[in-house]
Design a protein around this ligand. Structure first.
Ligand code: DAH
Length: 339
């Protein structure tokens, strides 16, 4: 018996293979139920009692060595196959496909960058808002059309809660919490109950601006907006302010820039007027300041709000608004990240 074990041990120690399948047949040959090692274990029953201890030990050694050998052969071969078959270290690298930023993010970041250079910081507010922050505090009368289901998404269970229709709602949140001076931008997504088409969507993006301090005047607003227009669309861009109405500003205005496609000469894009509208603005209505706990006798301020899709269209002439939310990589890949 001892002799047999020795022979088998020598045999196993000198095993060598070249293919993974051979290892498996060796495992069967030695270690399976009817394998040679197992057969010796069966014969162990007939070993004389006084030899049992020694032979038992040898048998156990044989079994562990056989298992170790098989495992190490397997490992050698699988490492070898990785090194030789799967990796070719001389092969040229595959080009890495870089992602691109979404055009709306690029433009939003550029707007933020331009205003941050004149001291504006950023805040965000909730997209699901209450009536007070979206309408009430902003001086919307109860019968205002924006409060109609036609224009605004209400939460069915609680008509006091809406999807914000503009980022002006963040103004009222910030002003209720923070003391002037406030010089901030509020970028974010807004929702309106519109039928989706190439020129309207049920959600879009705005950047709101707010500056509250002592002695803020309309001239400050005009200067800030002119700086923005020139930074965004080029030094030769001109601006024009037209009187308008918003419940939360008095006086209110809409701002046009000289058409950046034709330089103001007139083209189909600007409907041959030479001007395109880009934002709404005005001096914050004293009622709004008071609604938010700011003393309107001491403080005044301006606000403005612009659509990010609108500015993006002016910069890149995207003809169909729906492309912004379809995630078609062929569209998205065309925008090179500067921001
Ligand atoms: N909230 C307005 C809208 O969604 C845009 C706007 C107009 C914002 C005038 C302002 C502003 O801050 O002063 O159409």
């Amino acid at each position: 018996m001892k002799e047999k074990i020795k022979v088998l041990l020598d045999e196993i120690r000198s095993l060598s293979v070249t293919r993974l399948e051979e290892v498996e047949s060796l495992r069967i040959k030695y270690l399976s139920k009817k394998g040679e090692v197992s057969v010796l274990f069966n014969e162990f029953r007939d070993v004389l009692n006084e030899e049992k201890r020694e032979v038992g030990q040898l048998l156990n050694e044989l079994k562990t060595e056989a298992q170790d050998k098989i495992n190490s052969l397997k490992e050698q071969l699988s490492n070898a196959s990785v090194n030789t078959e799967k990796f070719d270290l001389t092969r040229t690298a595959e080009p890495v496909r870089l992602g691109t930023r979404h055009p709306l993010s690029l433009v939003k970041n550029e707007i933020i960058d331009i205003f941050s250079r004149i001291g504006f910081s950023i805040a965000e507010g909730p997209e699901i808002e209450d009536d007070w922050h979206v309408f009430g505090a902003l001086n919307f009368p109860p019968e205002h059309p924006a409060r109609d289901m036609q224009d605004t998404f209400f939460i069915e269970k609680n008509p006091d809660i809406v999807l914000r229709t503009h980022t002006s709602s963040v103004q009222t949140r910030v002003m209720s919490k923070q003391k002037p001076p406030i010089r901030m931008l509020f970028p974010g997504r807004v929702y309106r109950n519109e039928a989706i088409s190439y020129r309207a969507h049920c959600f879009f993006h705005q950047v709101e601006g707010l500056y509250i301090d002592k002695d803020v005047s309309f001239a400050d607003l005009k200067q800030a907006l002119m700086y923005f227009a020139k930074e965004m669309f080029g030094e030769s861009t001109e601006i024009r302010l037209r009187p308008s109405y918003f419940p939360f500003t008095e006086p209110s205005a809409e701002m046009d820039i000289s058409c950046n496609l034709c330089g103001g000469k007139g083209c189909p894009f600007c409907k041959h007027t030479g001007w395109v509208e880009i934002l709404g603005c005005g001096m914050v209505d004293p009622n709004v300041l008071e609604n938010c706990g700011i003393d309107s006798k001491i403080y005044s301020g301006y606000a403005f709000g612009m659509g990010v899709e609108r500015i993006t269209n002016l910069k890149y002439q995207v003809k169909d608004l729906r492309m912004f939310s379809e995630n078609d990589v062929r569209f998205l890949e065309q925008f090179k990240a500067a921001y």
